[in-house]
Design a binder for this molecule. Structure first.
Ligand SMILES: Cc1ncc(COP(=O)(O)O)c(C=O)c1O
Length: 362
């Protein structure tokens, strides 16, 4: 089971499970931008050797100033963190919600953070029949979700890839509870500006947006994310954060990659080409592929004796191809898989290996 520690992209577990070296796998189980990291990362790494002997800026000022300028918001409305993961955890610990409404399926760290802090989860089921769309009906159907102290919304949601309607989120925020929007994958959406709630979060007391810089820039090893919200709310998180939580390499890399507009444009062109092509190949193999606004696809396997996401993952892993067993997300059954979109040659290798493995069952 590749998700032993709750996530995809665990090459150490894969190497142990399938008896190969970590660099022998093609990894579709975590959703990194295959065009990255951008060139600027290599430059910063070389320079870093001379800077490692100094402490990082504890307030992450230069990166926050850059982000503030990009979105036209105040620097005081931005808190940097050790990956979006740290900010999810801090948000729950800082606001201590008694009840938290969580769309299901969604990123497992929301529920883990709530459990660690002793809160109660109110599930908001998303339905495959409606392509996992988060709509008002989903909330109306979930008992007491609308009166929860806190609500997490992934936009795009993981593992479904669906964006949430910003006007629905604002409506939910009007109810007064704390709303945390996780936009970890929104940079992959070409018209991000239409969907991001960063500017709204900067001026509202109870709306917060979490962003990750690890996926779009393919630097999960350095851990970097940020949260936008009211300065008073962010102060509560800062009060629980470990000093120098964002190391100096992450800060430098964050500043450098934000300047690379060509990398962003190339990423959007690649995704526009490869996502529909990969979705078409998965459909040809008999899978049901759900619509996705992100750089990954959720698919349901055809029905066949013994064919589950877990058995398919095992067969694929033996062939050096890692896929995500999405049945491990609450709200999905044993036939759901998630695939990152990668470079064409890798996508073709995925499709070929899937074809070979599916033939064992069909
Ligand atoms: C939806 C979502 N949010 C946040 C994160 C955490 O991102 P980071 O690497 O910035 O901690 C992930 C990682 O997989 C994710 O899928």
């Amino acid at each position: 089971m590749l998700e032993r520690y709750g996530h995809g992209g665990d090459l150490t577990t894969a190497a142990e499970a399938y008896g190969r070296q970590e660099d022998e796998f093609v990894d579709f189980s975590s959703n990194m931008n295959p065009l990255g990291p951008p060139e600027a990362v290599r430059r910063e790494l070389v320079r870093y050797a001379e800077r490692i002997a100094a402490y990082p800026d504890p307030a992450v000022r230069r990166l926050r100033a850059k982000l503030a300028a990009r979105y036209g918001i105040s620097e005081e409305a931005i808190l940097a963190g050790n990956g979006a993961a740290e900010l999810i955890d801090l948000a729950v610990r800082a606001f201590r919600p008694g009840t938290v409404a969580l769309p299901m399926p969604s990123f497992g760290e929301y529920a883990d953070a709530v459990r660690k802090a002793g809160g109660r989860i109110i599930p908001v089921p998303l339905r495959p029949e409606s392509d996992f769309t988060l709509d008002e009906r989903a909330f109306a159907e979930a008992e007491s979700a609308s009166s929860a102290d806190m609500l997490f919304i992934g936009s795009p949601n993981n593992p479904t890839g669906r964006l949430a309607d910003p006007s629905l989120i604002l409506k939910l925020a009007e109810r007064g509870g704390i709303v945390i929007v996780d936009e970890a994958f929104i940079d992959f959406v070409p018209d991000e500006e239409r969907y991001t709630l960063i500017r709204e979060a900067a001026v509202r007391p109870n709306l917060f947006v979490i962003r990750s810089m690890t996926k779009f820039y393919a630097v999960p090893g350095i851990r970097l994310g940020y949260m936008v919200g009211s300065p008073a709310g962010l102060d509560r998180l800062r009060g629980l954060q470990i000093p120098w939580s964002v190391n100096s390499l992450a800060q430098r890399i964050g500043e450098a990659v934000l300047d690379d507009a060509a990398f962003a444009a190339e990423t959007h062109r690649w995704l526009q080409r490869e996502k529909p092509r990969l979705a078409g190949k998965l459909k040809q193999l008999g899978m049901h592929v759900y619509p996705s606004d992100a750089n990954y696809l959720l698919a349901r396997l055809p029905e066949a004796e013994g064919l589950t996401a877990a058995s398919l993952q095992r067969e694929m892993g033996r062939r050096g191809v890692l896929i995500r067993d999405a049945s491990r997300f609450d709200g999905l059954d044993g036939r759901y898989c998630r695939f990152a979109v990668k470079l064409r040659e890798h996508n073709d290798r995925l499709a070929a290996a899937l074809g070979e493995c599916l033939r064992l069952f069909l």
